[in-house]
Design a protein around this ligand. Structure first.
Ligand SMILES: [Zn+2]
Length: 341
């Protein structure tokens, strides 16, 4: 078993290097192999954090994969709102989701300028520092919940659509018909069947795969490329242009880290781990499960976290990540150290 931890260390900058040292002391005790920090806060870089992190990592023999948030929340890039996701059919968006695209300022991957911003950052991280790997987070179009009801109508998406569909926007019927109502976790979902949506989804996957391909070329030979994969492969990943199983099959990425955050053991084991193992097939070695100790899905107790780890290991998953460093308590560190024996 290999163990990884995701961390947001930018808060440690005020306390200086002591915060970083304390983090690595904990990582050592938990017998962590890979540390994946975000050196950015909404893509504002904290370059000064890199040196103390790398110094500690080398001293303790822990690999560092720097994580990059690719296509969302570039809040500091406020000068080009036209390059953000544009809602085309607000009348199809339920009230509870209405604020989401605006709030998140989702950078639309259709813009070459947005792609270049991401690639420049990856290039600098890969070239100027000695990271063992680079991880791509948010390597996709915006949330399927929104996208399903309202494909992006920014200028770049319209222009692209003109080429693959012969027109700039999809009609309600093309987005929705025939639609089936389905329910999951108490929320109502609409599922669709449409040939035009097939072209739309195919386009998204082509765009994002193109960015991953370019990112790969920017890395040094011995640097690993990993991606954070949406845990629901068909409903979310495929729909948002993130065909991580294909990327793994092609060898484009060294590791897919499935964000399998759930406080329900049933859901974690059946809907996530079992599905991922089936989807990855012979490429299972490239699969990693991220367990949400403290995530958007809620909190796990130490025992629940260990139960999920053990299930994934038994299913043949070799690398386990924990999300996130800030949610780890002393009992978790002890338990992780124990399971790594
Ligand atoms: Zn767009």
């Amino acid at each position: 078993m290999k163990l990884g931890i995701i961390d947001y260390p930018t808060g440690k900058i005020g306390e200086g290097k002591a915060g970083v040292e304390e983090t690595f002391e904990k990582l050592s005790r938990a017998k962590v192999d890979i540390y994946t920090p975000f050196f950015f806060e909404r893509n504002k870089p904290y370059w000064e954090l890199i040196e103390p992190v790398m110094k500690q990592a080398r001293k303790r023999g822990i690999a560092v994969h720097a994580s990059v948030e690719c296509f969302c929340r570039w809040e500091h890039v406020g000068d080009a709102p036209e390059r953000n996701y544009q809602l085309g059919t607000p009348e199809l968006i339920p009230e509870r989701l209405k604020q989401l695209p605006e709030k998140e300022s989702w950078r639309c991957p259709s813009w070459p300028e947005n792609q270049d911003e991401v690639l420049r950052l990856i290039k600098r991280l890969a070239n100027d520092y000695d990271f063992d790997g680079i991880n791509l987070d948010f390597i996709r179009f915006c949330n399927s919940e929104i996208l399903r009801r309202s494909p992006c109508v920014c200028a770049a998406c319209r222009k692209a659509r003109l080429q693959y569909l012969g027109k700039e926007v999809l009609t309600h019927d093309e987005i929705l018909m025939p639609a089936f109502r389905a329910e999951m976790n108490g929320n109502e979902y609409l599922t669709f069947k449409s040939e035009k949506m097939y072209k739309e989804i195919q386009y998204r996957n082509k765009v994002i795969t193109g960015v991953v391909r370019k990112a790969r070329k920017l890395l040094k030979k011995d640097q690993a490329l990993t991606v954070d994969g949406r845990a629901n492969y068909f409903r979310d990943a495929i729909f948002e242009g993130q065909d991580w199983a294909e990327w793994a099959k092609e060898g484009l990425v060294d590791m897919v880290r499935a964000m399998s955050y759930s406080t329900s053991f049933e859901y974690f084991s059946k809907a996530y781990v079992d599905e991922h193992v089936k989807i990855m097939g012979n490429n299972r070695a490239r699969l990693c499960e991220i367990i949400g100790k403290g995530s958007s899905a809620g909190k796990l107790s130490t025992a629940e976290m260990i139960r999920q780890i053990e299930y994934a290991l038994a299913a043949g998953v070799e690398t386990i990540y924990i999300f996130a460093m800030g949610s780890l308590e002393e009992s978790d560190i002890d338990a992780l150290s124990e399971i790594k024996r």
